[in-house]
Write a protein that binds this ligand. Structure first.
Ligand SMILES: *Cc1c(COP(=O)(O)O)cnc(C)c1O
Length: 465
């Protein structure tokens, strides 16, 4: 076996990567031509690549490294748990302390009577669990036909067959025979792009009422559940109008449709509360969690389930589970993550320090000619790029071309900011300091300036007609 280390020349690592490593959501041949960036280490909010660049990670990895990188306690807990009990399953009438303790902790943190936890290895897996669980719930109650699930266009719930079908991204559906049957997608509450002349509030209500229309079209007796992210993350950090979620909850209750909040990004402080459901004042029947549950230090996800659903599921044998459901090392790491969040009063830091600083940085960017609106909920935010602010116009170029250019300029300025279409999205580690947010703001402005100059050069500042 050969040893591959950070000390190999970057070009050699890139060549090995290109030869053997298939990247997710990537045209690998294009990446090979361009040369992949090799991340060697990270500390706090900064990544270091093998060429020694220090890159501010305003995405917390993939929305997950909430504690920031390089927290030694996390590694210590993982090592201790690996030595004590690296693995045991929870299928065969057995359990273990990290699984028990994490389930109890999640039940304590979750709102309402969400008191029961089914573990998974990721957000995708947990949403697959949810799909089977809600259908099983209604079947056990003698209503097997109450099986359809309603989601939203441009939602992201994962990329497995089940979770990718629940999601509403057409480019995902185009590959591999998705969506699977019985899943329906209504409009998203994206006022900036789709609200036309309506007020935000009216638009929020109108989009929520699409749920009721869809339920009536399918027949409420056929609809098992509605699923939505409190704030759509991968869809571009779309913050719904304040009227949206209360109306969704009202409609679900009226028609006896289970409400699933996909909290994979919103959970664990991202929106300024423990869960996005609390930020938007709803109490779902099931919440999906992953990502920030362990700050990305170990792969773990879960479905947190209320008393009503758990009572039915616990009375039957739910023929479902993953080898790594409640993995003791991942559970121990997640517990340590939550312990640190409590110890460091992370919600106070977000509400009183980090979110106000992020808001200042965003507000200051609003005078930039490319910036249409900035949107923020807690520590997730987005910047809509536009050629014409007043009309909220899209660019004439194919959607995403300008966003991609901006992302490349960010990268060139040692800033990780992702783009979704022509929206830039921001989700930094929750521990980020006001000084680090200043660095973010400086680099973001440089990238926006460079993008603007580029667009001018290429005559791309034109609005779509
Ligand atoms: C990332 C994400 C998922 C999928 O989680 P994985 O761990 O990548 O499977 C599901 N839902 C939301 C809202 C996400 O952001």
């Amino acid at each position: 076996m050969s040893t591959i280390s950070n000390h190999l020349p970057t070009a050699e690592l890139q060549a090995l990567d290109a030869a053997h490593h298939m990247h997710p959501f990537t045209t690998n041949d294009d990446l090979t031509a361009k040369g992949v960036r090799v991340i060697a280490r990270a500390k706090g909010v900064y990544l270091t690549d093998t060429d020694g660049n220090e890159i501010l990670d305003a995405m917390a990895g993939l929305w997950c490294v909430n504690l920031g990188y390089g927290r030694p306690e996390m590694g210590q807990v993982a090592a201790r748990q690996m030595n004590e009990l690296p693995y045991y399953n929870t299928f065969f009438q057995t359990t273990h302390v990290p699984g028990i303790a994490l389930a109890k902790e999640l039940a304590d943190l979750a709102p309402g009577d969400l008191n029961h936890v089914f573990f998974a290895g990721s957000g995708s897996e947990a949403n697959d669990t949810n799909l089977r669980m809600v259908r099983t719930y209604w079947a056990e109650l003698g209503k097997p036909e109450k099986s359809h699930v309603i989601s939203r266009k441009n939602a992201y719930h994962g990329s497995s067959m089940g979770s990718g079908s629940l999601g509403g991204m057409t480019y995902i559906h185009e590959q591999g025979g998705m969506p699977i049957p019985g899943i329906h997608h209504i409009g998203q509450p994206d006022w900036w792009s789709e609200g036309g002349d309506m007020t935000r509030e009216d638009f929020g209500l109108a989009r929520a009422r699409e749920l009721e229309e869809k339920i009536l079209e399918l027949g409420a007796e056929n609809v098992a559940a509605f699923i939505g992210e409190p704030v759509q993350g991968a869809g571009g950090v779309i913050i719904p109008p304040s009227t949206y979620w209360p109306e969704i909850q009202r409609i679900c209750r009226k028609h006896d449709v289970l409400l699933i909040a996909d909290e994979v990004i919103c959970g664990f402080g991202r929106t300024g509360n423990w869960f996005g459901a609390q930020t938007f004042d709803i109490i779902p029947d099931i919440m999906t969690v992953a990502k920030g549950l362990s700050s990305g230090y170990a792969p773990i996800g879960a479905s947190i389930v209320n008393d009503k659903v758990a009572k039915v599921i616990n009375a039957c044998e739910f023929s479902h589970g993953y080898t790594y459901s409640g993995h003791p090392v991942c559970a121990a790491v997640a517990l340590e993550n939550l312990r640190i969040m409590h110890e460091e009063n992370m919600l106070d830091h977000i509400r009183n320090v980090a979110a106000p600083a992020l808001q200042n940085a965003l507000s200051a960017l609003e005078d930039h000619p490319l910036v249409g609106e900035t949107a923020r909920s807690g520590m997730m935010a987005s910047i809509a790029l536009t050629p014409h602010k007043e009309s909220r116009a899209a660019f004439a170029s194919p959607k995403g071309d300008v966003g991609y250019m901006c992302r490349e300029h960010c990268f060139a300025n040692n800033l990780v900011m992702r783009h979704v279409g022509d929206r830039m999205v921001i989700s930094p580690p929750l521990v980020i300091t006001p000084e680090e947010i200043e660095v973010f703001a400086t680099r973001a402005r440089k990238a926006l300036d460079a993008t603007y100059a580029d667009l001018k050069d290429k005559d791309m500042l034109k609005a779509a007609s």
